[in-house]
Design a protein around this ligand. Structure first.
Ligand SMILES: Nc1ncnc2c1ncn2[C@@H]1O[C@H](COP(=O)(O)OP(=O)(O)OP(=O)(O)O)[C@@H](O)[C@H]1O
Ligand SMILES: [Mg+2]
Length: 471
């Protein structure tokens, strides 16, 4: 049965909330929040299609809520509620991505029609996102295995284990292709209709992990207005990919262990046991053995997960694969940007083969995306490659660069690398980074702007894809 779309009404004024609810409840499932804070909690738990959002509220303002939602979700349409004299703010909200606005003097029929249109648009844009994804799928899916012996071994291994349901643990530095490999294993293990369900454990608020993984019954906790299926259930007869497994809290680790041992789950607030038939692939960039030693990770769970361990090598240990990867990404971005870049010169390949690639394949892909996007040439030579890639490590220049301003350039490169590494260590938490580096946050932000420090495009894409399609 198709569920009714969910509308969330956010207003501190009870009478407005009730009036809007009365208009909308015939056709929609209506939720109400009294403040921005409450609204932000609800969208984490419920799948809201359209939100009616008051601009002026005590606590966090409607515009801030709008910003936060637009940052985190691609597919919630927002209609602002405003009084006539604040229409200019509503216009600003539209520039920030709101769908439209209504004034508090609204007319019943108009508002119903507007909400209908927003729901329609929301459905359409979801389909568009889906189509877009389909089109990009070929390149997103093509995994370059390469010729490095260890990659060949990994390839043989995954082909051998494709048909057995054993749990797989993939480890490796950031950007080495853990998620890509997990998807590849899924593709060669199941037919195309079987689900592949990703859970990025690090991005889910702690108190929601269990209900996300195992689902919840209606009324299981405040805010659980509807029953919700957990990721394990969604992955039935397919693969569940638990990313950043090292981030799982100790108490949830015990629950996961039980699921693996017994092969069944219980929804939060439910009593039924549900049998599971799921291949589990876990991944992490941290050293789980160390985490076991420091008692941050349960030993019993570690052994349950580590049935088939796969360790992906960093790119600096796969130098022979760099030309193959470069060709693949040139192809990919030629298509995307309608360019005709042909290749890297041998010298250009040499330059990037001597760089240390702390962000691994993702960083290489990001560089090539940038080069293909901006270049008008067909052949990429060393001078097209940004200067920071000409250094094999923080100090030694690979190609000799001469002339004025070199000291400053070298210092900038050093500083940029240093800041990037510091940021990566704490997952781009700028406040923590500033503290670790012993500089004020404002200085860090200034330096990041001046030195052009930003998260790689690959990471941004990840963020975008983090939300699973609705059921
Ligand atoms: N073998 C590969 N072939 C082609 N592209 C790859 C390969 N490995 C990685 N990539 C590209 O690099 C990007 C990053 O890979 P992926 O997300 O799998 O890394 P990860 O190891 O999961 O990183 P993190 O630990 O940061 O989550 C992918 O989006 C993909 O475009
Ligand atoms: Mg990953």
């Amino acid at each position: 049965m198709k569920e009714r779309p969910t509308i969330l009404i956010v207003d501190d004024d009870e009478s407005i909330r009730d009036t809007l609810e009365a208009i909308l409840r015939k056709k929609y499932f209506v939720l109400k929040a009294r403040s921005g804070e409450e609204a932000l909690e609800i969208v984490e738990i419920e799948e809201v299609n359209v939100m009616l959002l008051d601009i002026v509220m005590p606590g966090i303002s409607g515009l801030e809520v709008l910003q936060k939602i637009k940052d985190r979700f691609d597919d919630i349409e927002i209609i602002m509620i405003t009084v006539l004299k604040e229409v200019d703010i509503a216009v600003r909200a539209i520039k920030m991505g709101a769908y439209d606005y209504i004034t508090k003097e609204f007319n019943y029929d108009d508002i119903a029609a507007l909400v209908d249109r927003a729901v329609e648009k929301q459905k359409l844009s979801k389909e568009l996102i889906y189509l877009q994804t389909e089109r990009d799928q070929y390149f997103e899916d093509t995994i370059v295995m390469g010729k490095t012996p260890i990659m060949e071994q990994i390839y043989m291994l995954v082909k051998r284990i494709a048909t057995i349901p054993a749990t797989i643990l993939i480890t490796g530095e950031t950007g080495t292709g853990k998620e890509m490999l997990a998807r590849f294993i899924h593709r060669i293990s199941f037919d195309t209709k079987s689900p592949f369900v990703t859970v990025h454990l690090a991005s889910i608020p702690r108190e929601l992990i269990e209900s996300t993984l195992f689902g919840h019954e209606k009324g299981a906790f405040t805010g659980a207005h509807k029953q919700r299926l957990g990721k394990f259930e969604l992955a039935h007869k397919g693969t569940i990919f638990l990313d950043e497994i090292g981030d799982l809290k100790y108490d949830t680790q015990a629950k996961l262990l039980r699921v693996i041992q017994e092969g069944c789950i219980e929804r939060v607030g439910g009593s039924k046991t549900i049998k599971m038939d799921v291949r589990l692939i876990a991944a992490t960039h941290i050293n789980l053995e160390k985490a076991v030693q420091s008692e941050d990770f349960r030993e019993d769970l570690y052994y349950r997960l580590n049935v088939i361990p796969i360790r992906l090598p960093p790119l600096r240990d796969r130098l022979v694969d760099i030309p193959i990867l470069v060709d693949h990404f040139i192809d990919k971005y030629n298509r995307k940007f309608r360019r005709r870049v042909e290749k890297f010169t041998p010298e250009a390949l040499k330059v990037i083969s001597q760089y240390s690639w702390p962000g691994n394949i993702r960083e290489l892909e990001n560089l090539i995306e940038r080069l293909v996007a901006v270049t008008e040439k067909e052949i990429i030579s060393p001078e097209d490659i940004p200067v920071e890639y000409h250094f094999s490590n923080l100090t030694a220049p690979v190609v000799s660069v001469e002339g004025e301003g070199i000291l400053k350039q070298a210092r900038d490169i050093f500083e940029k690398n240093f800041i990037m590494k510091a940021l990566e260590r704490v997952r781009w938490n700028r406040t923590k980074t500033a503290k670790n580096l012993g500089i004020p946050l404002s200085t860090l932000k200034y330096k990041m702007r001046m030195l052009n420090v930003y998260k790689t495009i690959g990471e941004r894409k990840m963020k975008y894809r983090k939300r699973e399609p609705r059921q």
